[in-house]
Ligand binder design. Sequence first.
Ligand code: HAM
Length: 414
Amino acid sequence: MITGIRGMNDILPADIPQWRLVEETARRIFGLYGFSELRSPVLEKTELFLRGMGEDTDVVEKQMYTFADKSGASVSLRPEATASVLRAVIEHGLLGQEPIQKLFSIGPMFRYERPQKGRYRQFHQINCERLGESGPLIDAETLCLAYDIASALGLSGVELEVNSLGCPSCRPAYQQSLRAFMLTRRELLCENCQRRMETNPLRVLDCKADSCRSAAAGAPVIEDYLCPPCRTHYQGVLAALTALEVPFAKNARLVRGLDYYTRTTFEISATGLGSQNAIAGGGRYDRLIADLGGPATPGIGFAFGMERLIMLLEPVTASGKGCFVAAMGDDAKEQALSLLTVLRRSGVRSEAALDKTFKVQMRHAGKSGYPLCAILGGDEIASGTVTLKDLGSGEQTSVARDRFVEAVKETLDR
Ligand code: HAM
């Protein structure tokens, strides 16, 4: 037996209603906020992610599916959507056509992580990027959008945590003081953090290793180092979230795992997921578009992990409205196929099991979940009628063939 690849899941028919619910809910909320969809390829030049996400991040260092294509060019499966969406925006000059871009994307991402519950190698994101606006109200509105998606899905135990990472004028002073603090606890840090402490000390705050966590206890907090414009911005975001009645908590250790963030960063977590409890993460990235070769343009965005959202949902069953069609005898089966086609072309869902005996067909009808079964046999053919059986009550009525579709629709609409 050839099995699928570890960490890459099949989504089976029974789970599809939940996936559709999540996707349709997100599309509806993005629509309410005036967002448009952008679809980018799953494969990009490796260089895009090196420049976009930062070479010193776990994702780029350890988790990328990178390989040489047949021409020898280094390509990578996208580990996130942000870099790809921005590449597409820049490449197609979208900001020249309209300086404010509000875009969402839904699709698979790939990271070579150690698979566990809620963490996969192919996973799906609902991704939001909002370009061309920089004020604190924009941040609050974007966080509110993420919160609205989680609320519309009816998730409980949801928590929004917010932080500010400052900007290139204030962050270096914080990094310096954090590095000085960590130097005094160097022996507690994992190997990775010992190295990263030099290149990117903020990463230490994000490390999940217990010893690094205890090393970080009592570390200086970034809020104390924010420059006046970053401080005003952060306060503006928090005030606007309060006004919008979006519940949040400040978390000074929330640094996120990607290098492009400036100022506002946030994560949404939910209870009931175990250790992989972040359902969404994002933040502002005011330099990324320029870093990728585009016009200097501020931006903010976030992504939800769809697998994690789906794990939190109650089972969803697909709508069962439709009509089963059963037939007795070859002539009747042939005519039943025409009835099925007429029903479908009139917008009525219908199914049959014409390969089977009448008894087995009726068993399928009972299991179909449809409320109604149309029955065609010798008598019906002779009299130009169809028998409609209510699969709930067992009650049968006879309708003329030329009233058949109308009668089915009337019964289903009741
Ligand atoms: P991220 O925090 O790396 O951010 O991922 C966002 C969400 O994707 C996570 O909160 C989690 O729910 C889900 N996720 C990440 N990795 C996995 C995995 N291996 N298996 C299952 N789910 C996973 C980003 O990707 C940024 N691009 C978000 C963003 C958009 N920032 C600005 N714009």
